[in-house]
Design a protein around this ligand. Structure first.
Ligand SMILES: Nc1ncnc2c1ncn2[C@@H]1O[C@H](COP(=O)(O)OP(=O)(O)O)[C@@H](O)[C@H]1O
Ligand SMILES: [Mg+2]
Length: 243
């Protein structure tokens, strides 16, 4: 077990979805009280099992809605699976919805502290890393601007810079390499590559199959919430491209 970073065993995830459309909150509450709301269960993940080895770069591919983000959220502990178990050995840093923890009325400077606290960093630690976060995000001139005035690329830069200031044992990356401009994507890829070289375990989802094939050792292919293939990157990506 000592060379395992993440172990996912027989994970099933079901979501409850309301069958009917409710127009407003009052109608919703009335229906809720009268128990007239009908729910339908949707299985987003069906009996998924895989291990990720320490230091491995593990990719997940599949069409939209196949369950990639749900898998990453379960591994990160953001969602609890309906069935099955997940074990994580080491510290984990999820790059999932960059900037999800930001308060848009606050400035970039305030959000660095806020988001740092959310990620469990101390005030002194954030102060120590403040300059390097600002430098990486290239927002020197906008530090005291409320981030509601920022573009999505600027927000992603700030979120990425904060989340990667510590080197976690396990890095989770969901599609973030598709936000921002080309130059920033290169910068992110380089920082992730540095972490990989330093032995960080990486689980990555990208819509670019070329990027997955280039970066990953092994790949899991999900189809409608089920495991379609699991194996060497070359093999799985080759099959995925030829489907
Ligand atoms: N909170 C949720 N409530 C209901 N359905 C959800 C929720 N999150 C995801 N789903 C559904 O689960 C399926 C898998 O979603 P997701 O994991 O985001 O797929 P992917 O990242 O591969 O595009 C989709 O059909 C999606 O609509
Ligand atoms: Mg997704």
């Amino acid at each position: 077990m000592e060379n395992i970073a993440v172990s996912v065993k027989n994970v099933t995830m079901k979501f409850n979805m309301s069958k009917e459309k409710v127009d407003n909150i009052k109608e919703y509450i009335v229906k809720l009280l009268k128990r007239q709301l009908m729910y339908t269960e949707f299985t987003a993940l069906d009996d998924i099992s895989f291990d990720v080895k320490k230091g491995e770069v593990f990719g997940i591919v599949g069409l939209n809605g196949s369950g990639k983000s749900t898998t990453l959220k379960i591994v990160s502990g953001i969602l609890k699976p309906t069935k099955g178990s997940v074990q994580v050995f080491g510290t984990i840093s999820p790059l999932i919805e960059l900037g999800a923890g930001f308060d848009h009325d606050l400035t970039a400077r305030e959000n660095i502290f806020l988001n740092g606290y959310v990620l469990g960093y101390s005030k002194d630690y954030i102060k120590e890393k403040f300059d390097s976060i600002v430098e990486f995000s290239e927002l020197e001139e906008f530090l005291d601007v409320p981030i509601k005035n920022f573009s999505s690329g600027m927000i992603a830069r700030l979120g990425f810079a904060i989340a990667t200031v510590v080197r976690p044992d396990i890095l989770i990356v969901d599609e973030i390499l598709s936000v921002g401009d080309y130059k920033f994507q290169e910068k992110c890829e380089k920082r992730i590559a540095d972490m990989m070289a330093g032995g960080t375990t990486v689980i990555i989802v990208s819509h670019s199959i070329e990027q997955i094939q280039r970066l990953c050792d092994r790949v899991l292919w999900l189809e409608k919430g089920k495991m379609k293939e699991l194996g060497e990157a070359e093999y799985v990506c080759g099959k995925y491209k030829n489907q």
